[in-house]
Ligand binder design. Structure first.
Ligand code: HEM
Length: 231
């Protein structure tokens, strides 16, 4: 049994992390011109907008919540007067809001991808797998928030900190309910798969857009009598 836990909650996460790091390097070197979000906005805008906006805001805040809530030990929160009860309440309500937004957005994106003819024409199996995997990860996460009622602060949180600090302890996951186990295993698998999908675009946040000079676009309305260069 202990070997099983070690394989699933120590060996598997490190395998996924290795694939994540090496895979991104490999993809960057071998497919630099394919390093993008594969946007389909020019093919269909109307359905993309609500799905993409809901999903992106939801998932970005979900990431920040996971990083802050799981990677920072409870004793740090205690020092700021946030005990474990308050911590769990904040995690519950904020997790519910951002999780619902991400999940609703994903369902809209999945529907668009499977039903819109122009999007279907450029859709790859890889794109469907990526959105499908996100539906599983976000869906199980949301399920755990609503129905889980389990204190992760002294089980899942120290386990994940152990992984990132190279002091893993798989036995911390023993008492964790199945729904949480499925969520974390699916999340690790998606992390390992992400370098081979469109998810690489996450690492190309276009921050330089804020600092570069504006690009002006003018409508080319022809005016009689004016030479072309003055339009
Ligand atoms: C870091 C900030 C991010 C930026 C600037 C960004 C930007 C974009 C852009 C420009 C597109 C293409 C057009 C669109 O669908 O709106 C896109 C699509 C997508 N993004 Fe992001 N993204 C970010 C973070 C993320 C994250 C964290 C995830 C998931 C973990 C994600 C998953 C997706 C998916 C699945 C699509 C495809 C949607 C579809 O066409 O069906 N993105 N993103």
């Amino acid at each position: 049994m202990d070997l099983f836990y070690t394989l699933i909650f120590t060996v598997f996460p490190y395998l996924c992390l290795t694939t994540f790091v090496v895979g991104h390097g490999y993809r960057y070197v071998t497919d630099r011109y394919g390093w993008n979000a594969r946007s389909s906005e020019f093919l269909e805008k109307k359905a993309l907008f609500p799905g993409s906006v809901l999903f992106h805001w939801g998932i970005v805040f979900t990431f920040l919540g996971h990083a802050g809530g799981l990677l920072i030990p409870q004793r740090v929160f205690d020092r700021f007067g946030i005990d474990s009860q308050a911590h769990l309440a904040i995690a519950y309500w904020s997790g519910l809001a951002v999780g619902l937004a991400a999940f609703a957005g994903l369902l809209l994106l999945l529907k668009r991808r499977l039903t819109h003819p122009r999007v279907q024409a450029v859709n790859r199996t890889n794109d469907t797998i990526t959105i499908g995997a996100l539906v599983i990860v976000v869906g199980t996460g949301l399920f755990n928030v609503v129905f889980g009622h389990f204190n992760v602060l002294f089980t899942v949180a120290p386990w994940i900190r152990g992984i990132v600090t190279f002091t893993p302890d798989a036995m911390l996951m023993k008492t964790v309910p199945l729904g949480f186990k499925i969520h974390v295993i699916a999340a690790w698998a998606l992390l390992g798969y992400s370098p081979f999908s469109r998810l690489i675009h996450i690492w190309s946040l276009p921050l330089t857009y804020y600092f570069r000079s504006h690009i002006l676009f003018r409508r080319g309305v022809p005016r009689p009598g004016l030479p072309t260069s003055n339009r």
